[in-house]
Design a binder for this molecule. Structure first.
Ligand code: G6P
Length: 609
């Protein structure tokens, strides 16, 4: 999704801006641009459709430098990807970058056109720069022009604005899209994600909704939505320096799959004892709130939604607590009936997903008991706006297709479910059994990543296919959903997931020799039922790829490829069986030659609706 970088320093900021854009590449984008104010007071604009490398080539052919500049990676919403539609947008002496969507752009465009402003792009963004220009011409300085402009905008925005009229100012604003200020020594920066600035600073101010800030080399002045000057805390961020480094791996996704044994361990660290989930695992506030919980509503998008679906099985089984799970873009637009005592739980890797955040804000008006987020990014909007937060310790995830964030979400959710089950009478020996299993998880995860070569061999059967079906039963059904999502995200093969018992209600009509059927088949109480479902597939000539432990009793034969996985405790099955499915999609994508880390049309952090 779109990314913003801006800088004001005593040195040429061109390379800082480009490095910032490179660090944001993982978010997904289709064009990039930069605007620098040069030493002659001229705005130097360079833009290019395609990758940051294409922009760099343009800059090499036509160099630009300056101490003040803004830069952007664009993910098209209004107007196709093109040089013309990419940011920054310029109006006279003003240049601007924008993340988000301006909903009233059409009426503003008409108004500004009538006043003689000429539009050269199809974007919603361009109205904002003309609006700021018109306000400045009415006598506003840059800060007050941006402030007055934001008062006229409906929708979501993070803005970075510079002007040739004020060479020592960088003005930024946020509402609905994230923006941070990176604090340096006699130089300051802005970005949509702190990751973009980790090469220049580890100190950040997180702007709040409605804030407008004036950034100079000497200082930062933030005004809140009422125009009052406010002091926002400076946070020092640790770690994350090497996130942009693939190390010995070919892709970030591959690196992130193999990091899973370590990050699941990090997510449990300090939260479990030998046989118990520690009382401090979820924090003091949680210990007050959990006994009041009568029901749980989980809300998330994409892969995080699948983690929520898994948690529902655990919650209802172990805690006897009813649980609903819904995608954020749906729940936010329907009338919901909230039972007293319902805990509202969001799950998000980024903590910035627009629909999830909107659903949380709406939930606050709807009488939920409290809100909790399971999130991977400290200080993200969801963390700041939720009453409770349980952090996953996946570290920065760069690959657009989520892998380690998902398995760490499952670990955090398992801790949450056990904690809630404890206050609802979970027997001590059952808790001990679950926690002892969790202790085995990192080692088992290592063993599952060890399936890499076997899965690679299996992947060859998929490379020429156009469709695939994923089946699971019970708690493995969401894992089948996640496996199908991974395959479609990065290899562009159409993949569907079904609970195996639903086969004969429709999908069986699709099964033939060209439809590989992937089966998640751990040795659990539904195994025999699953086996009958698989007979239905074989009877129609469908080719089965079964991920199962030796105890499940499958053998490879013509039409059935069994990928044997290590035996493991049942409570860990969903976490562990995810791994070979991740590897499968990765290897199929390699064979197809697709862009594994930045699949077409997708974004890592979806900060617009
Ligand atoms: C995008 C990403 C997915 C992610 C989803 C939700 O679609 O490409 O990988 O699962 O957003 O993101 P979140 O950050 O809220 O988990």
């Amino acid at each position: 999704m779109c990314g913003i970088v801006g800088a004001l320093a005593q040195r040429n900021v061109n390379e800082i801006l480009l490095e910032g854009l490179r660090r944001l590449e993982y978010r997904g984008y289709d064009s990039a641009g930069v605007c620098l104010l040069d030493s002659d007071g001229q705005l130097q604009l360079r833009k290019s459709e395609g990758k940051v490398a294409d922009l760099e080539a343009r800059l090499a052919a036509s160099p630009a430098s300056g101490r003040l500049g803004i830069a952007h990676t664009r993910w098209a919403t209004h107007g196709a990807p093109s040089d013309r539609n990419s940011h920054p947008h310029v109006s006279g002496d003003f240049a601007l970058v924008h993340n988000g969507i301006i909903e009233n752009h059409q009426s503003l465009r008409e108004e500004l056109k009538a006043r003689g402003y000429q539009f050269i792009s199809d974007t919603d963004t361009e109205v904002v720069v003309h609006l700021i220009h018109s306000l400045a011409d009415e006598g506003h300085d840059l800060l007050s022009a941006v402030t007055a402009a934001t008062e006229r905008l409906d929708g979501a925005y993070a803005l970075g604005v510079i002007s040739a009229r004020e060479p020592n100012n960088l003005v930024c604003a946020r509402s609905g899209s994230p923006l941070v200020i990176g604090v340096g020594i006699e130089e300051n920066f802005i970005a949509s994600d702190p990751m973009a600035l980790r090469q220049v600073t580890d100190r950040f101010i997180f702007l709040e909704e409605g804030d407008v800030a004036e950034v100079t080399a000497a200082g930062i002045a933030v005004r809140d939505r009422n125009g009052e000057e406010v002091s926002r805390p400076v946070h020092k961020l640790d770690g994350g320096h090497d996130a942009a480094d693939k190390g010995r791996y070919r892709h970030y996704m591959q690196k992130e799959i193999f990091e899973q044994p370590a990050v699941v361990a990090a997510t449990m660290a300090g939260r479990i004892g030998n046989e118990t989930v520690l009382p401090e695992a979820l924090g003091a506030r949680a210990n007050e709130i959990l006994p009041e919980v009568k029901q749980v509503q989980i809300v998330a998008c994409g892969t995080s939604y699948h983690a929520g679906l898994v948690a529902r099985y655990w919650l209802e089984d172990w805690a006897g607590i009813p649980c609903s799970v819904e995608v954020a873009s749906e729940i936010r637009y329907r009338k919901t009936a909230v039972r007293p005592g319902t805990l509202f739980v969001t799950i998000s890797q980024s903590g910035e997903t627009a629909d999830t955040l909107a659903a949380l804000r709406q939930a606050k008006e709807l009488g939920y008991l409290a809100s909790m987020t399971i999130c991977n990014v400290p200080n993200s909007s969801l963390v700041r706006e939720s009453e409770l937060s349980l952090m996953t310790e996946a570290g920065p995830e760069i690959g657009v297709a989520s892998t380690k964030a998902f398995t760490t979400q499952l670990v955090a959710l398992q801790l949450f479910c056990i904690a809630l089950a404890k206050v609802n009478g979970l027997p001590k020996d059952r808790e001990a059994e679950l926690v002892r299993s969790l202790h085995q998880l990192p080692e088992l995860m290592e063993a599952f990543t060890g399936l890499d070569k076997t899965v690679q061999d299996t992947s060859e059967a998929f490379a020429e296919k156009h469709h695939a079906l994923f089946l699971g039963r019970g708690v493995e059904y969401p894992i089948a959903l996640e496996g199908a999502l991974k395959l479609k995200e990065i290899s562009y093969i159409h993949a569907e997931a079904y609970p195996a018992g639903e086969l004969k209600h429709g999908p069986l009509a699709l099964v033939d020799a060209d439809m590989p059927v992937v089966v998640v088949a751990p040795n659990d109480e539904l195994l025999e039922k699953l086996k009958s479902n698989l007979q239905e597939v074989r009877a129609r000539g469908g080719e089965l790829f079964v991920f199962a432990s030796p105890k499940a009793g499958f053998t490879s034969e013509p039409g059935i490829t069994v990928v044997e996985v290590p035996d493991a405790p049942e409570s860990l099955h969903p976490i562990l069986y995810t791994v070979p499915l991740q590897l499968l999609s990765y290897h199929v994508a390699l064979l197809k030659g697709t862009d594994v880390d930045q699949p077409r049309n997708l974004a890592k952090s979806v900060t617009v609706e």
